[in-house]
Design a protein around this ligand. Sequence first.
Ligand code: GDP
Length: 422
Amino acid sequence: MAAQKPHMNLAFIGHVDHGKSTLVGRLMFEAGAVSPHIVEQYKKEAEAKGKGSFEFAWVMDSLKEERERGVTIDIGHQRFDTDKYYFTIVDCPGHRDFIKNMITGASQADSAVLVIAAPDGVMAQTREHVFLARTLGINQLIIAINKMDAAKYSEARFKEVKEEVGKLLQMVGYKVAEIPFIPVSAFVGDNVIARGDNLTWYSGPTLLESLNNLKEPEKPTKLPLRLPVQDVYTISGVGTVPVGRVETGIIKKGDKIIFEPANVTGEVKTIEMHHEEAEEALPGDNIGWNVRGIGKKDIKRGDVCGHVDSPPTVAKEFTAQIVVLQHPSAISAGYTPVFHCHTAQIACTLTEIKAKLDPRTGAVKEQNPAFIKAGDAAIVTVMPTKPMVIEKVKEIPQLGRFAIRDMGQTIAAGMCMNITPR
Ligand code: GDP
């Protein structure tokens, strides 16, 4: 069964109009993830209108219409299988809360397909998304150089774009040699699942084969336990039961644990997972855990559970690298938006903008700038208005990233570089 295979969350990123939706649609369609009765229905409608020969375009149009009417099928949340994995497609950047969801774990992508239209090459959002992918901790990428049909299926053009993208990826720190570059046409279907006859000069993997070749994401069991609290319940006859997802490390029955910043300690009495008792829980597991010695009022959402001998870090102040995605004007020292980090939402003041960085290379462009704006990357000093658990991204990446929100928008994404503990 599909559910027994390892699961992967996959994001499609890239410049607007480079073909992300079309490629997802093609993949779904050819992987058999669009249900046969829907395909049958589309076929009939297409035939009735004399368009029977082009089912796929018809499926895409119909999906798009349905999306615009706000109903039923959202290809952005579809699932499909390869031999090895069971994939869920998570939203693309551009969708309202993608960045926040990525950081808070609601839609954490394990890997991403970067789509670049061959006729256009690298564009502004291609750069932005590559930088974001890196900031958000997406370690595995597949590059789909799309619309090869509109570039005369030219190997020379493919090579040009590949080199351009390769430079960009290398600048932000990806290992280019390990990344597959695939010439595709989402429109015609070349190299998505079937090879087709148009790209005979290419002998590498198809998109589907590359997806199948992704490395299984490793569970960070060797890192210290970090288990952010999502909610806290009192269950009669049981006691206080916080619930949450293990981000790193392992929690076992009998463990001595501490919640920070609440600064209370206790002992794990039981662990419940999928309505059954468990001896231990690993990264990715959603659990409820009953704690001896702690009342419901002692802890709340945003607290983080760790072992007493390796407690979560409470920051008085921290330095961070951020990238500003959108802001109506400029951001200067004193700005106090809300930081979303694991399950915590805490107002924090940017007390100092130490340096403006080149978002593509990370090189310092300006020391102590008066302000930063959309498109800028920067090193900033941050002072939470209340105690807050955060970790250095180098030590515990899962707890080192955050989204900055203000006025109902995600303003920036960032990672914690250094901490002055409480
Ligand atoms: P998105 O904004 O990245 O999701 O891009 P879309 O999937 O909406 O595609 C943008 C436009 O490019 C649409 O008109 C598509 O029909 C077209 N398109 C997508 N893939 C291809 C392709 O492989 N070849 C050609 N010629 N056009 C494509």
